[in-house]
Design a protein around this ligand. Structure first.
Ligand SMILES: CC(C)(COP(=O)(O)OP(=O)(O)OC[C@H]1O[C@@H](n2cnc3c(N)ncnc32)[C@H](O)[C@@H]1OP(=O)(O)O)[C@@H](O)C(=O)NCCC(=O)NCCS
Length: 164
C-alpha cells in the first residue's frame, strides 16, 4: 500500500466517523450504540484508537481495563462498571471500513493496542469473535479459550486471549 496508515488515540471529537464505521461493520444487534461510544471516549479514551489514511478515519479498536478476564454482555453496555486499574484489557471492537480492508489496517490497530497494554503494565487481553475469525486472531498471537459467555447478536462467540 502506498499511503501510510497512522494509528492514534481517538477522542470525543472523532465520535461521528468512528460510530459510522461501527455501524457499517457490524449488524445492528452487534454494533455498539452511539451512547456507548460517548461513554467509552469520555471515560477511557486511552483504550480507543483510530486508524487514519490521508487524514480520514478508516478503522478503530476500543476496549477497557477490567477485573474480569473475559467479556460478558453487561460489559458492552453504557454505564457498565469498568475498572481502569484492572489487570485485564477487554477489546470491545475492531473494525475497518469495508473499502479499506486487506491492507493490514486491523493488524496495525491491534499492534498499537497491544503495545499500549504492555506499556500500561496489563497482563492479559481478551476479546470475543465469531468462529470464522478465530484463525485471524490466532495469526495475531491470540489463543482460543473456548465458547464465550457472551451471546450478543445471538451468535456463538469465542473468547480469544493473549498473556502479555
Ligand atoms: C476483521 C477486520 C477488522 C479485518 O480488517 P482488515 O484491515 O481487513 O485486516 P488486515 O488487513 O489487517 O488482515 C490481515 C489478515 O487477516 C486475515 N483476515 C482479515 N480479515 C479476515 C476475515 N474477515 N476473515 C478471515 N481472515 C481475515 C487475512 O489473512 C488478512 O490477510 P489478507 O488481507 O492478505 O487476506 C475487518 O474485516 C472488519 O472490520 N470486519 C467487520 C467487523 C468485524 O468482524 N470485526 C471483528 C470483530 S471480532
Amino acid at each position: 500500500m502506498s499511503e501510510k496508515i497512522i494509528i492514534k488515540q481517538a477522542d470525543i471529537g472523532d465520535i461521528e466517523p468512528l460510530h459510522e464505521i461501527e455501524r457499517l461493520c457490524f449488524p445492528p444487534e452487534k454494533a455498539a450504540d452511539f451512547s456507548a461510544f460517548e461513554y467509552r471516549l469520555d471515560r477511557f479514551p486511552q483504550w480507543f484508537f483510530k486508524a487514519e489514511l490521508e487524514g480520514r478515519i478508516v478503522g478503530l479498536i476500543d476496549g477497557s481495563s477490567s477485573d474480569s478476564p473475559y467479556i460478558t454482555d453487561d460489559l458492552y453496555d453504557e454505564g457498565s462498571d469498568y475498572n481502569d486499574s484492572g489487570e485485564n484489557l477487554l477489546i470491545y471492537g475492531l473494525a475497518v471500513h469495508p473499502v479499506y480492508r486487506h491492507q493490514g489496517i486491523a493488524r496495525s490497530l491491534m499492534s498499537a493496542f497491544i503495545e499500549a497494554a504492555r506499556q500500561a503494565g496489563k497482563t492479559h487481553i481478551s476479546l470475543t469473535c465469531k468462529e470464522s475469525l478465530i484463525t485471524f486472531y490466532e495469526s495475531l498471537g491470540y489463543t482460543n479459550h473456548g465458547v464465550s459467555e457472551s451471546v450478543k447478536g445471538n451468535v456463538t462467540s469465542y473468547d480469544m486471549e493473549m498473556y502479555l
